[in-house]
Each structure stands twice: as structure tokens, then as C-alpha cells.
Design a protein around this ligand. Structure first.
Ligand code: NAD
Length: 266
């Protein structure tokens, strides 16, 4: 629960990659504010169904799940089109699905490069392309791309991820210009480090491997780049998302909200 309020009653949102981490939290923040939500992502079917049922019960909205693989354009189109077929509208598309791989360029596996570009960048294009005819017809829509501080600056050994996230920023600006007069906005959110299950699991392991405390891992290893030395929270990201999708966000277009503790100010 984000505890942050805006009125999205009756609206319909798709959040890609929402069976875990940031996507699950953003889907719940939208549901908490009245939107019907379509979850998407890979992972354990029982856990996904439990998440779907809990969000629906806690917030009194319709919650569906669609298993589109973000590497497959036809499945992405079906995610969008089946949502509109069922609910009759699509107000919010949040492109959030993403993966990471860390290796120097000369050792970077080709398959990992292709998967990261496919899931983190190309799926944003495919989902937006499918959503636009519906949003144009309605004369309103919000496309929100979960980019990263790595959409603005680089770190070594993350070439595919940094390239994909910079690509997402370029796509965000281009699409924003194309739809600016049609009631549709396209923006990005650029988080620093967020304590998702994936990150959390690494803390104890890294502490053990380096022989330092978990606090030192967080401060000196993980958050070395993040001036506040604090993880970004789901609530902080929900605040950014809810502003962008609210009526107050109608004139924010082709831009981004950095939620990175000052990382990209350096
Ligand atoms: P996560 O691993 O917890 O969640 C990723 C989601 O994407 C999962 O639901 C997963 O099933 C889904 N996914 C992966 N491959 C998919 C595919 N082929 N098709 C459909 N779904 C797929 O990760 P997270 O940390 O919550 O990351 C979410 C987004 O936030 C990503 O785009 C990531 O790059 C971005 N981000 C994360 C951080 C961070 O510190 N965690 C910081 C900045 C940006």
C-alpha cells in the first residue's frame, strides 16, 4: 500500500513485469487509487494468482493477469488488445518489465544482449504501438516507462542495460512529440537503487563474500553512487507515477522524474 492518493476510479491500467518488485508495487498503487489493473510477468503461477487475488480483494477493483512474454511482439499486442476487449478502454500503460546482466563488453553474451534490448527496450515500442490506436480513439492516455538512472548516466559492465535504458529515454521523448496534441502523454521514471527482492537477496551474500557487515554492503558497495545512501522506496516511486497519471500531470510530456537520491546530479 503506497498511502498516496489520486482518483483513478474506473480507469484501466496495464503494468508489464508486475509479478514482482517495482511492477507489483506500482500495479497495487494504481489499484489502491481505483484503477482496474492487468498484471503481467513471468514466474510462479500460484504466487501470481495469490498476488492478483490479494490486490483485487484489498482494493475492490478488477485485477487480471496476462502472461505475455515481452520478447514476443504478437503476445504484447494481445496483452493490450485483450485488455481493451474486456474492459473497453486503456488509460494507463506502464512499461516496467526489465532484466539485467553484468559483464564487460568483450565478454558479454550475445544472447543476453539481445534479451535485454528485447525486454527492456523493444517491448516498450511494441506495447506503445499496440496501445496508441485505443488511446487516440479515446483522446486520452498515459504511457509511463520505468527507465532508470542508467537511462541518464552509465556504469561499467552494464552495456546492454545502459544502452536499452538510454534508448527508452529517446523513445519516450519521440513518442511524446508525436502524440502531444492528442491528450496522450509519454514520460519516464528514473529510479536509483530500489530494494526489490532481487537486490535484497544480494545483501547477505555480498556481506559474507566480502567479510563486511550488511550495513557496509548497502552503504559502500550498493549505494556508493547514491548520495542519500538510502534505497529508493516503492512509495516514493508510487508518488511519481501517480503524479504523472493524474490530471495534474497532463502537461508533463516527454520528460522524466528522477528518484535517485541525487545520483544523476553528480
Ligand atoms: P524484478 O526482477 O523484481 O521484476 C521484473 C519483472 O519483469 C518481473 O515481474 C518479471 O517476471 C518480468 N519479466 C522479466 N522478463 C520478462 C519477459 N520476458 N516477459 C514478461 N515479463 C518479464 O525487477 P525490478 O527491480 O522490480 O525491476 C523492474 C523495472 O525497474 C525494470 O525495468 C528495471 O530495469 C527497473 N529498475 C530497477 C531498479 C532497482 O534497483 N531494482 C532501479 C532502476 C530501474
Amino acid at each position: 500500500m503506497s498511502g498516496i492518493r489520486t482518483d483513478l476510479t474506473g480507469q484501466v491500467a496495464i503494468v508489464t513485469g508486475s509479478t514482482s518488485g517495482i511492477g507489483a508495487a506500482m500495479a497495487e498503487a494504481l489499484a489502491e487509487n481505483g484503477a482496474h489493473v492487468v498484471l503481467n510477468g513471468l514466474g510462479d503461477a500460484t504466487e501470481t494468482e495469490a498476488l492478483r487475488a490479494r490486490i483485487a480483494a484489498d482494493h475492490g477493483v478488477e485485477v487480471r493477469y496476462h502472461g505475455a512474454n515481452m520478447l514476443k511482439p504478437d503476445e504484447i499486442a494481445d496483452l493490450v488488445n485483450s485488455t481493451v476487449a474486456e474492459f473497453g478502454r486503456l488509460d494507463i500503460l506502464m512499461n516496467n518489465a526489465g532484466i539485467q546482466n553484468v559483464a564487460p563488453v568483450d565478454e558479454f553474451p550475445e544472447a543476453k544482449w539481445d534479451a535485454i534490448i528485447g525486454i527492456n527496450l523493444s517491448s516498450v515500442f511494441h506495447a506503445a504501438k499496440a496501445a496508441l490506436p485505443h488511446m487516440k480513439k479515446a483522446g486520452r492516455g498515459r504511457i509511463v516507462n520505468l527507465a532508470s538512472a542508467h537511462g541518464l548516466v552509465a556504469s561499467p559492465f552494464k552495456s546492454a542495460y545502459v544502452a536499452a535504458k538510454h534508448g527508452v529515454m529517446g523513445f519516450t521523448k519521440t513518442l511524446a512529440l508525436e502524440v502531444a496534441e492528442q491528450g496522450i502523454t509519454c514520460n519516464a521514471i528514473c529510479p536509483g537503487y530500489v530494494k526489490t527482492p532481487l537486490v535484497e537477496n544480494q545483501i547477505a551474500d555480498t556481506a559474507k563474500a566480502r567479510g563486511i557487515s550488511e550495513e557496509e554492503v548497502v552503504r559502500d558497495v550498493m549505494l556508493a553512487a547514491q548520495p542519500t545512501k538510502k534505497f529508493v522506496t516503492y512509495e516514493e516511486l508510487a508518488g511519481a507515477l501517480l503524479y504523472i497519471v493524474s490530471d495534474a500531470g497532463a502537461n508533463m510530456n516527454g520528460s522524466w522524474i528522477s528518484v535517485d537520491g541525487g545520483w544523476t546530479a553528480k
